[in-house]
Each structure stands twice: as structure tokens, then as C-alpha cells.
Design a protein around this ligand. Structure first.
Ligand code: PEP
Ligand code: MG
Length: 753
């Protein structure tokens, strides 16, 4: 019996789909226990019934037709009790129900086993015998074991829509939920990829020749570096500045002492190269894993991906060549950037990852490349979808496997609409962001690091509205020296000159600690962060400011921005330090103009002191990401309260009004550089408020420009006024959606409108 069990399990695992799996079970089980009938009933919870889904022994036409009300008959009893029921004579049981359609009235012997997954009964596996029969203990165990084997396949079929199709022909299918990571609709064929090499499985080993190990490792690193270069060359035309920045971060990691020197040191200490690499990567990844900031935690994945790529070269393994379908949807538990790079761009139509989140590297990359993506689709059984047709709804983070005709054609229509929209947006590239009544609202870029190549977003933007300086600090082992920092800043200032570049001073701390600057705080968001740290460490601040000022020599397009300001003395102290750095540089003989200095408005205290702050600076920039989290007391990275985080909350809107009014009273310009600036829904509000400029990720530029060019400032003011009358974020959202639909641009934020 054990052998029969093993064979059946194997056959079921290889089944093409649920229907085949069920048919294998009923046929094989009937044979193995010499029963007259074996059937499977599945519970259809939505319609409150048990449906006969497969049978060997009853009339085949009955499959799908026999439907019992949930809880009725002996099937209902097994389901209710969630345990097997073994009866010599079912017909004499009070719950016995005669179902004419199946012709089962003649059967006495009955064994029913529940199919259970996560405490939920999904259906019942039933054996019947014409004569009276009491099934033996080993037969009961056999049937119970097989029933549990079926549970996984049924759960998958339920979520993928396959079961709905089996049960209700043509009724819209269920989807696999995930996180919306890159908007758009992708329809194609699943190509499943696996991690290139399993770093965690590498054992420790004492090398025979340490020198040879050192050589092998260095060669592997340079091969990965060459792969990266190749990838950047191939993709730079599809990427925006932010994405290229991530690859630069990889490059920096490859050059960093921690990863390379750390591994070399471990080899010298007596481990072979793969073992030394495993330990180094684990140590480095742990530092990122421990961070509260979701974006930074994702960098642990980068470190591991890099480690795996190096290991692949060390093992001299080249991944087996994958055949990419004409319309490939890349599917994997974790997908690395280099694996994406292997797919010819014209063939890649979607990305699906069972892990990760919206701030995962892959998600950011997908957005930059304009490839629809869903992350965190945890219910997707990666091993069973190869070659299947798939739909990725990147707007809602949904995935459909083998969609039925109705779902498929609906999504095809959405994809066609989307393509038309993308083409239309391209035509805006060289047009100004100007309202229909002539108000110009320059659109700037948010970015981190800028690479050698000329990525997207540079031509379309009016400059850089927020240059986050944290990345180069994070990927190193110690504070970067003035010269190294300067080279970085110089590059971005040159790239955009003469357009302005707003460089924000270091905003580390709290949720973004540096690996080499330990801090442990019970309440990091309310702790030592941004300017609070840099003012306590003038040596860090002065070095950075000197580097930034020196980088601007001769270009004069620099603006300096201070993060996390909550009191006027912070601005005064920071200004003093900036003046000191400037004076020192003049003394050293550098010809440097003092740049305009601005503050981020991202703490409620700053909102209430807006005029006092505005008087002390040249411009203001609203960080709606932090402002929302502090106003609503909702951690921006905490999934438990994610539903409460909403920048359209009336409190945020009121704060924005106060900021703009205060700035106006002091005759200062206000920009918005949080995520809200890149949301086409919010454009009405921000234009209505009269903010002077917006700064956003490259992917949002053309969408927001499209809205600006379609509305008048007068109309935006009307919408703002109505929004200020709303009492919750949902009402504001509805109002804005209507306004966007009213100008025919609903498709910018959701498909099919
Ligand atoms: C913000 O808080 O809105 C902002 C732009 O800064 P960061 O997201 O870097 O905290
Ligand atoms: Mg912020």
C-alpha cells in the first residue's frame, strides 16, 4: 500500500492541472482499495454547495452537475466534522441522502475523508461499495493521506481561478493577489527562473592553494563587474536616473571593502572562496536586514543577489540557456537584476515575484523599464506555471494564470488602451508643464545617484528637485571622504547644468542607520534623524557641505536643502555651519557662490512655524512622505497600519494650505518633493494650492505633465476647495477621481478608464 501511495503522489504531483490530478486520484484509489466508486466532492463556498468534481464509478456526466447544498448528506457531515467517517451501511445513517443523478442509491459501504488545508475543509474524498463493507484502518489512513495531498493542488486551483472555471464555466476567475509594483498590463507566457546559485548551501572547506582561491575570487568579481557593465550599456536607454543609481550602488558594493576585501581576508584565514563569500555576504546582508526602513532592508537582497552572481562565476556555472517566449512574463521567487537583463527587452512584457515589495530592486527596475510588475504574489506555485499564459495587472498587483476568454479579452482591451496612452505621453516630452491658463509649474526629478550614462528623466525634467545623498554613505564601510563625495555631487551638478540641482544634506538616522554608525533607539522615527544628527556631528556636516560647495564651482546651479527640521535654531545652526564652510573655502582660494538654502517641511512643528522658518531660508520643499506619517502618527513602513497612511487625508491637505500661505506671506517659493507630487490624482490639489514646482521620480513626470496641461489653475482651485470640504481621505480620493475622469484622464491612475 505504501508503494501504491508513493506512486499515486508522484503522479498527482506531475499532473498538468487540477482536473487531471483529481482524475488520477479517483482512478488510482478505487483500484488500490478495490472499491466500486471513488469520487471527490469540492466545496464551493461562494455558492454554498458541494460539487461532484471527479468520479470513477458513477456516471461521468454527473461531474459538475451534482450539487448538494453545503452541509447536507454524508458529504456535509464529513465536511462539518472535519474527520473521516467509515460506515458499513450508509443507507441506514440518518444523514444519508439519496442522490438520483449519480445512481448511488445502491451503495452501502461508505468511507469519506475530508480534504483539509489550513484548518479549512475544501472537499471530501469518498469511497463507496455496493455491499456492506467496513474499510480497514490502513485503508482509512491511505485515503486520508491522499486527501491531504490534494489539498495543496485545490488551494492553488482556487486562487488561480482554475477551480472557478471548472465549477462555473465562464464566470470571472479569481486572481492571485500581490502588490502593485509597476503599473501597466502584461499578457504573455510564464518563463520561470530560479536563483542562479544557492549561496546558503555552500559548505566551509579548507583550500589546497590559497593563492589559487584568491585568484579565482578576483576573476569572478571582475566577471560580475563586466556583466554589470554590459547590462548597463544595454539598458541605459530604458532606465531613468534613479534606476541607474541602483546599479551604481551595486558597482560600489562590488568595489567596497566589506564585500571584496572581507572575502579575501576570509580566504587568507583558511576558507575556500565560496565559503568565504557566503560568510561575508551573510554578514553584510544582516546589517541591512536589521534596518527598519523597507527600502534599505531590500538592499540585503541586492547583497545576496550579488553574492549569488559571484558564486555562479566561481562555480564556473553558466546558467542553462533559457528560452524566452516572444511575450515573456518572468516569474520567480526572487529575480535578480541581471536575470532581467538576460531577457531581450522587446520580449519582456511582465514580471511576477512571489517575494519582495514595491521598494524591491526588481520593482524599482521594472518601473524604470516600464514593465508591468506584481511583487509578493505569495500564493503562486512557481513550479507549476512554466509555459502557461499569464496576465499581470501591475495597477492592482494581480496575477491570473491561464485566464479564461472573458478575463483575457478584457485585459487585452486594457493593454491596448495603455499602449495608446503611453504613446500619447511620449508626445509631451518636449512640451512645458503649463496649465491651460498659462501657469508654468516646473517638474523636477527626485534621484539618488547619477551614473555616467545619460538616463531617462534628464531631458524631461527642469532639473533635480531632491537629490538624496544617503546612498553613497550606505553602501560604504565608513564615511566617504570629501573628495569622493565631491566627485559624486559634481557629476549630478554637471549633468543637469545649467538647470538647478537641489542637494539635500545627509538624512540618515532613526530608520536609516549607517552600518558603521550604530544607533539603537526605541522610537527611531522620533529620534536622532537628519539634521539632528549632522548638527550634533559638525565634522560630518562640514565635510559634506564642503564637498557639495566645491562640486558647484563654476556651475552655480546648486541649491542646498536641510532635512527633518523641527525648530528655527536648527536652521540657524545649519546656516552658520554652511557659512563657515563657505568662508573656509574662500580662504583656501576657491571661488564659490553661496547657494540658496532651503528646508524640508516634513514635521508638523515646521508647519506651525512656517513663517519663522521661511524668513530664515530661501525656499521650502514639502516632504509629504514624512509629513503624512508624522501628522497621522502612522509609520510609513509598517504594514499593519498601511491602510491608515494616506496623503490625501484632510489633515495633510490643511497642513499644505498652511505651508503655502505662510510661504506666500514671506514671499518664498514652495516645492513638493514627496511621493504625492508624482501622483496624478494629487496634481489638482497641488496646482490649486499654487505650489511653485513639483519634484518626483522620472516615471511620473509625463503623467503629471499630462494632467497639468489639461487643467486650468482656476479649475484646480475649485477642486481644491471641494476637497477641503471633505471629511476623510476616501471622500477626497473619490472627488479627485471624478475630477480626473471629468477630463478623460482616469487611465493615468487606474486601467480601463
Ligand atoms: C519626504 O519625507 O517626503 C521626502 C521626500 O523625504 P524622504 O522620502 O527621503 O524621507
Ligand atoms: Mg523625509
Amino acid at each position: 500500500m505504501l508503494e501504491a501511495l508513493r506512486r499515486i503522489v508522484q503522479e498527482v504531483n506531475n499532473a498538468r492541472d487540477l482536473e487531471q490530478a483529481l482524475n488520477i486520484i479517483v482512478r488510482r484509489v478505487k483500484q488500490a482499495v478495490s472499491a466500486d466508486v471513488c469520487s471527490v466532492y469540492l466545496n464551493d463556498f461562494e455558492n454554498h454547495r458541494h460539487i461532484l468534481q471527479a468520479t470513477d464509478g458513477l456516471r461521468p456526466e454527473a461531474v459538475g452537475r451534482v450539487r448538494l447544498e453545503l452541509g447536507r448528506g454524508l458529504i456535509g457531515l464529513v465536511s462539518e466534522r472535519a474527520e473521516p467517517i467509515n460506515l458499513d451501511d450508509a443507507m441506514s445513517h440518518p444523514r444519508y441522502l439519496c442522490v438520483i443523478d449519480t445512481g448511488e442509491s445502491q451503495y452501502h459501504g461508505f468511507l469519506g475523508a475530508p480534504i483539509i488545508q489550513n484548518r479549512k475543509v475544501l472537499g471530501v474524498l469518498v469511497l463507496r461499495q455496493r455491499e456492506r463493507r467496513h474499510f480497514g484502518d490502513d485503508e482509512v489512513t491511505f485515503v486520508v493521506t491522499l486527501a491531504s495531498q490534494l489539498a495543496g493542488a485545490i488551494t492553488y486551483a482556487r486562487t488561480s481561478g482554475e477551480l472557478a472555471r471548472l465549477q462555473h464555466d465562464g464566470i470571472p476567475q479569481r486572481f492571485l493577489p500581490g502588490l502593485a509594483a509597476s503599473s501597466g498590463i502584461g499578457i504573455g507566457q510564464a518563463v520561470v527562473i530560479y536563483p542562479p546559485a544557492d549561496l546558503d548551501a555552500v559548505p566551509d572547506r579548507v583550500p589546497e592553494h590559497i593563492d589559487a582561491e584568491l585568484d579565482d575570487f578576483e576573476t569572478a568579481v571582475s566577471q560580475v563587474r563586466a556583466d554589470l557593465e554590459r547590462f548597463m550599456q544595454r539598458t541605459s536607454s530604458h532606465l531613468n536616473a534613479e534606476d541607474v543609481a541602483l546599479f551604481d550602488a551595486w558597482r560600489l558594493m562590488l568595489e567596497s571593502d566589506t564585500l571584496v576585501d572581507g572575502t579575501l581576508a576570509r580566504i587568507r584565514a583558511g576558507n575556500w572562496a565560496p565559503g568565504a563569500l557566503r560568510e561575508t555576504v551573510a554578514e553584510h546582508a544582516r546589517v541591512f536586514d536589521a534596518m527598519d526602513d523597507a527600502y534599505l532592508r531590500e538592499r540585503a537582497t541586492d547583497v545576496r543577489d550579488l553574492g549569488r552572481s559571484i558564486l555562479m562565476h566561481l562555480e564556473k556555472r553558466t546558467a542553462a540557456p533559457v528560452q524566452y517566449a516572444q511575450r515573456t512574463i518572468l516569474v520567480g521567487e526572487s529575480i535578480s537584476a541581471l536575470q532581467i537583463a538576460e531577457v531581450p527587452r522587446e520580449k519582456l512584457v511582465g514580471l511576477v515575484c512571489t517575494g519582495g515589495s514595491g521598494s524591491s530592486h526588481v520593482a524599482i527596475l521594472a518601473r524604470g523599464m516600464g514593465v508591468p510588475a506584481a511583487m509578493g504574489v505569495s500564493d503562486l506555485p512557481v513550479g507549476r506555471v512554466e509555459g502557461r499564459e499569464m496576465v499581470v495587472d501591475g495597477y492592482r498587483g494581480r496575477v491570473y494564470v491561464s485566464p479564461g476568454p472573458a478575463v483575457r479579452s478584457e485585459y487585452q482591451r486594457l493593454a491596448d488602451d495603455d499602449a495608446a496612452l503611453t504613446n500619447e505621453l511620449q508626445s509631451l516630452r518636449h512640451l512645458p508643464a503649463e496649465t491651460t491658463d498659462g501657469a508654468l509649474v516646473p517638474l523636477y526629478l527626485n534621484t539618488g545617484l547619477v551614473s555616467e550614462s545619460r538616463p531617462l528623466g534628464i531631458e524631461e525634467s527642469a532639473g533635480v528637485g531632491l537629490y538624496r545623498t544617503e546612498l553613497p554613505f550606505i553602501v560604504r564601510d565608513s564615511f566617504p571622504a570629501e573628495a569622493a563625495q565631491m566627485a559624486n555631487y559634481r557629476h549630478v551638478l554637471e549633468l543637469f547644468a545649467p538647470r538647478p540641482v537641489t542637494i539635500r544634506t545627509l538624512d540618515i538616522g532613526g530608520d536609516k542607520p549607517l552600518p558603521y554608525f550604530p544607533m539603537h533607539e526605541a522610537n527611531p522615527f522620533l529620534g536622532w534623524r537628519g539634521v539632528r544628527i549632522t548638527l550634533d556631528h559638525p565634522e560630518i556636516f562640514l565635510t559634506q557641505v564642503r564637498a557639495i560647495l566645491r562640486a558647484s564651482i563654476g556651475l552655480n546651479n546648486l541649491r542646498l536643502l536641510l532635512p527633518m527640521v523641527s525648530t528655527v535654531s536648527e536652521v540657524e545652526d545649519a546656516r552658520q555651519l554652511i557659512h563657515r564652510a563657505h568662508a573656509e573655502l574662500l580662504e583656501e582660494g576657491y571661488q564659490i557662490q553661496l547657494p540658496p538654502i532651503g528646508v524640508m517641511i516634513e514635521v508638523p512643528a515646521a508647519v506651525y512655524q512656517i513663517e519663522a522658518l521661511a524668513r530664515r531660508v530661501d525656499f521650502l520643499s514639502v516632504g509629504t512622505n514624512d509629513l503624512t506619517q508624522y501628522l497621522l502618527a502612522v509609520d510609513r513602513n509598517n504594514a499593519h497600519v498601511a491602510k491608515l497612511y494616506d496623503e490625501l487625508h484632510p489633515a495633510v491637505l490643511r497642513a499644505l494650505v498652511q505651508i503655502v500661505e505662510g510661504a506666500r506671506a514671506q514671499d518664498r517659493e514652495v516645492s513638493v518633493c514627496g511621493e504625492m507630487a508624482g501622483d496624478p490624482l494629487a496634481t489638482f490639489l497641488l496646482i490649486g494650492l499654487g505650489v511653485h514646482s513639483l519634484s518626483m521620480g522620472a516615471g511620473s513626470l509625463l503623467r503629471v505633465k499630462r494632467v497639468i496641461r489639461s487643467i486650468s489653475r482656476a479649475r484646480a482651485r475649485e477642486v481644491l476647495k471641494a476637497a477641503l470640504g471633505c471629511e476623510d481621505a476616501a471622500a477626497v480620493r473619490r472627488l479627485l477621481m471624478e475630477a480626473l475622469d471629468g477630463i478623460g484622464l482616469g487611465a493615468l491612475v487606474r486601467p480601463g478608464k
